[in-house]
Ligand binder design. Structure first.
Ligand code: ATP
Ligand code: MP5
Length: 270
């Protein structure tokens, strides 16, 4: 039998929940990795029964099962970058944070999935505190949306200046880069993100896309950042390229289901 040598390919790991409608969560992450020509590996944290209208049920995996998936990938294949998404409860957040601390992942993107863009809380209060105090400071880049940034900074966010102040405050806590996302902002700030890494403060502008099919934008953005890091990009250029990608994905939103359809992660040529 002849074996076919495979060329080296960048590898990323997503630690996230499953979304049955395929638009957010690890389904979005793995599709985004593939489009970036990055091999995707995964550790499932929870299974959501979800569609374009909302979430009807969530079942968590035991933290040991999450850690076993991470170890299975790490011990055999390895990865160049990691992202975390929906971690659901305190025990899973704590187990993932402990793994990240022990392993010293340098290219870790923490998407602190806590509150949806519509304002619905997605994880419990204990998990929020553990995420803020134990996992967030280990991430090279944190990507809170407006409501998550409010919780993490303790500041109300209404204006661009508020987004900047929140990014600076969160950085003060984590000592790492922060991207405050503006998908839930209104007016001129809609779709505008703020980056602060302790040195550079940048406003990432885009023309807001007029669509209701936005399910999965946050996951898609953080997965694209992770893929770009896995490919060797520096953090700010990884974020800028990911911002462009998510904007294109919004333009290709899928009009499926009866509610908020998913963004179109596929069909891009790089
Ligand atoms: N209508 C839009 N037009 C342009 N960019 C947008 C729009 N909506 C969201 N974005 C961008 O998508 C990315 C994800 O941001 P958002 O604030 O929506 O995150 P999220 O709340 O985690 O995701 P979701 O909205 O899927 O829950 C950001 O770069 C944001 O600026
Ligand atoms: C399993 C899972 N993970 C994350 C999100 C949030 O997704 P987004 O903020 O990208 O819409 C979601 N709806 N479901």
């Amino acid at each position: 039998m002849t074996s076919i040598a495979s060329p080296t390919i960048p590898i990323a790991l997503t630690i996230a929940g499953s979304d049955s409608c395929g638009g957010a969560g690890m389904q979005a992450d793995l599709r985004t990795f593939a489009v970036h020509r990055v091999h995707g590996t995964c550790a499932v944290t929870c299974i959501t029964a979800q569609n374009t209208l909302g979430v009807t049920r969530v079942d968590a995996l035991p933290p040991e099962a999450v850690v076993a998936q991470i170890d299975a990938v790490a011990d055999d294949i390895g990865f160049d970058a990691v992202k975390t998404g929906m971690l659901l409860d305190r025990a899973i957040v704590a187990a993932v944070a402990e793994k990240a601390r022990q392993a010293g992942w340098s290219k870790l993107v923490v998407d602190p999935v806590m509150v949806s863009r519509t304002g619905a809380q997605l994880i419990d209060d204990e998990a929020v505190a553990t995420l803020k105090n134990h996992l967030l400071p280990l991430g090279a880049i944190a990507t809170p949306n407006r409501y998550e940034a409010q919780i993490l900074s303790g500041l109300a966010i209404e204006t661009l200046d508020d987004m900047k102040a929140a990014a600076e405050k969160i950085h003060h806590h984590t000592r790492h880069a922060v991207l405050v996302k503006g998908g839930a902002m209104s007016g001129n700030c809609h779709g505008v993100d703020v980056w602060f890494d302790g040195d550079r403060l940048e406003v990432l502008q885009t023309t807001a896309v007029n669509t209701r099919h936005t399910h999965g934008t946050g996951c898609t953005l953080s997965a694209a950042i992770t893929a770009n890091l896995a490919r060797g990009n520096d953090p700010l250029s990884a974020v800028k390229a990911a911002k462009q990608y998510v904007t294109e994905a919004l333009h290709r939103g899928l009009n499926i289901g009866n509610g908020q359809g998913p963004v179109g992660q596929g069909d891009f040529r790089f």
